[in-house]
Design a protein around this ligand. Sequence first.
Ligand code: GLU
Length: 477
Amino acid sequence: MSDIRVRMAPSPTGALHIGTVRTALFNYLYAKHVGGTYVLRIEDTDKTRSTVEFEEQIVQGLTDLGLVPDEGVGVGGPYGPYKQSERVEIYHEYLQKLLDDGKAYYCYCTKDELEAERERCEKEKLPPRYSGKCRELTREPAEGAVIRFKTPQTGEISYEDTVRGKVTVQVKELDDFVIAKNLDEALYNFSVVIDDITMKITHVIRGEDHISNTPKQILIYQALGFTPPQFAHLPLILNEDRSKLSKRKNKVEFRDYLAQGYLPEALVNFLALLGWNPGDDREIFSLPEIIKEFSLERVQKSGAVFDIKKLNWMNGQWIRKLSIEELASKLKPFLQDNKLDEKTLKKAVQVTQSRLEKLAEASEHMHFFFELPVYEKSLLIGKNMDEALAKLALEKSLELVRELPDWEALELPAAEEMMKTEFLKLIEKLNLKTGQVLWPVRAALSGTSFSPGAFEMLWVLGREESVGRLESALGKF
Ligand code: GLU
């Protein structure tokens, strides 16, 4: 096993976001590719916004996709606990150390004072920053005093981001930022560093939105005498118009994708290609295949456009890879109106499989197997035909269907070929065009204008149901 250790550190302050899933996936892929360790840590320092429900949804959602942590929440490990709310004492100890070393200090400024200062900066067209007023005070901590980091006043911070290359920030652009509300309430920039140090994290792979936090975090590593990890900031996910992915233009909650019947395999495949590519135009990859090929060097810097049409197409591809049994069982929750026996349902699934892009569309594609829809006679009359011709085609087809050899025990394509041979003989005898017979038959069997072809419909419905539906069509004339 390699010493490489990565972590996914979601905050349970909202529903599992599709971008969070992508970040978790890239961490997982990298860890698995190099034989390292993937840690799942919950960053619940924000007590007012974190909930257990969100935490459960996040842990469950990631696990359902196959991103099972090697260490962390749910599985434990040697550097736990893996929830920030349970690590307060650890942060306390390191905060105290920074205070003792004179690298952090208590700030007693009131809200009003800070507000006045912010306004002054605004007036002078300067970036809002803390003046450092309490820097040299040595008073005892008082109620409401926060802990600030004593940011050096000169120098620069430079790091090599695996995705973005060299990033340099002038320290004077940063101010003395708040690292804790008090010794027992550390804030994000501090707790994340302490966790990454104590959990021996070697690579921090996270969203681009954290780039602005990185120099502050590097300063904390340096102040405590530790080497920062390797950083890799993933590109933003964009709407099709290249604005930042938003719920006004796309669904962003992971559970919405599951509810629509996207398969985990398709979601993993699609999300892996949101910012990474294999170097050629292959698009369909299983999780083990992506693990084999993944590298951070192939992660792009520019934003990755979320193309829902591509996801739909991919999902269709993954649906086609399922066995009929697997697909039928995955479809059941989406087919509340199903009245078919197991065997017939499987046949219906078989003829629908290649038409589906999302499991939630199944009912739309299959409802006519369960119950013949109410329809108008005009549906039976296709192009290039009149009422008399449609009626004749249906009468003759009904006779044929009554006499066809027993097809219900046959599989596709044998059943279809047998029917086709017999129907072509009839069509030739009547001296009609194929469509002039097969349109009214298909329409009579499905009661809709879009459905699988006449032979597939016959195969699924069986003789008795097919005869009944053809008779009912003829009843309309
Ligand atoms: N908890 C942070 C978030 O959810 C992630 C922190 C990090 O990856 O450094 O955005």
